[in-house]
Design a protein around this ligand. Structure first.
Ligand SMILES: CC(C)(COP(=O)(O)OP(=O)(O)OC[C@H]1O[C@@H](n2cnc3c(N)ncnc32)[C@H](O)[C@@H]1OP(=O)(O)O)[C@@H](O)C(=O)NCCC(=O)NCCS
Length: 157
């Protein structure tokens, strides 16, 4: 039986999350960020770093973002293997869009590998579109596709 999404907790990443985040990162990405990088990002200003945990406390996913000058940049998003295709990434991105609306930002940017078909499909469902390509962006030489999505303006009070 799967645990319903409402049993998950979503909150700000804190230093004690970094070990679990790094472990999932190592499994989820061909060239993972190092632990020190996550440790340095947690608690920095102009960041929106979130984790999702299941009722037993296991890490279900994380989202690491930076924001400035009306833009949000998604640095990292990953969901643990056991939780994929159950809406966890969508939960985190919906939360990001809500946060973004509150900041007055108007666009979200991210990079994705052309070979990462699951992630590209995921972003497509959220309304992201391709706006460019960075040649040999990744350390193994693969290009990055640059995607963006507009952030809806807040509703007038
Ligand atoms: C990409 C990733 C974050 C998606 O997480 P997820 O929690 O499984 O995604 P969701 O369940 O919220 O999916 C929402 C929708 O996105 C699309 N989608 C997600 N994963 C997909 C896949 N593997 N194949 C096709 N479509 C997919 C579907 O439309 C899905 O809705 P549905 O399940 O009702 O069909 C996850 O596969 C992952 O962690 N991948 C490894 C890390 C990674 O590549 N991160 C992105 C780097 S740019």
């Amino acid at each position: 039986m799967t645990t319903p999404l409402f049993d998950l907790s979503l909150g700000d990443a804190v230093p004690s999350d970094v070990d679990d985040v790094t472990a999932l990162e190592d499994r989820a990405f061909p060239i993972p960020w190092k632990r020190a990088y996550f440790a340095a990002e947690v608690g920095e200003p102009f960041r929106y770093n979130r984790v999702v945990r299941d009722p037993r406390g296991a890490l279900a996913g994380y989202l690491f973002c930076a924001f400035a000058a009306g833009e949000i940049h998604v640095h990292k998003i990953a969901v643990s293997e056991a939780w994929r295709r159950q809406g966890v990434a969508k939960l985190m991105m919906d939360d990001l869009f809500s946060f973004a609306t509150g900041t007055g930002a108007d666009v979200i940017y991210l990079e994705v590998r052309p070979s990462n078909a699951p992630a590209r499909e995921f972003y497509r469902t959220l309304g992201f579109s391709e706006i460019g390509r960075r040649p040999r962006y990744y350390l193994d030489g693969e290009d990055a596709l640059v995607l963006s999505a507009p952030i809806p303006a807040p509703r007038p009070a």
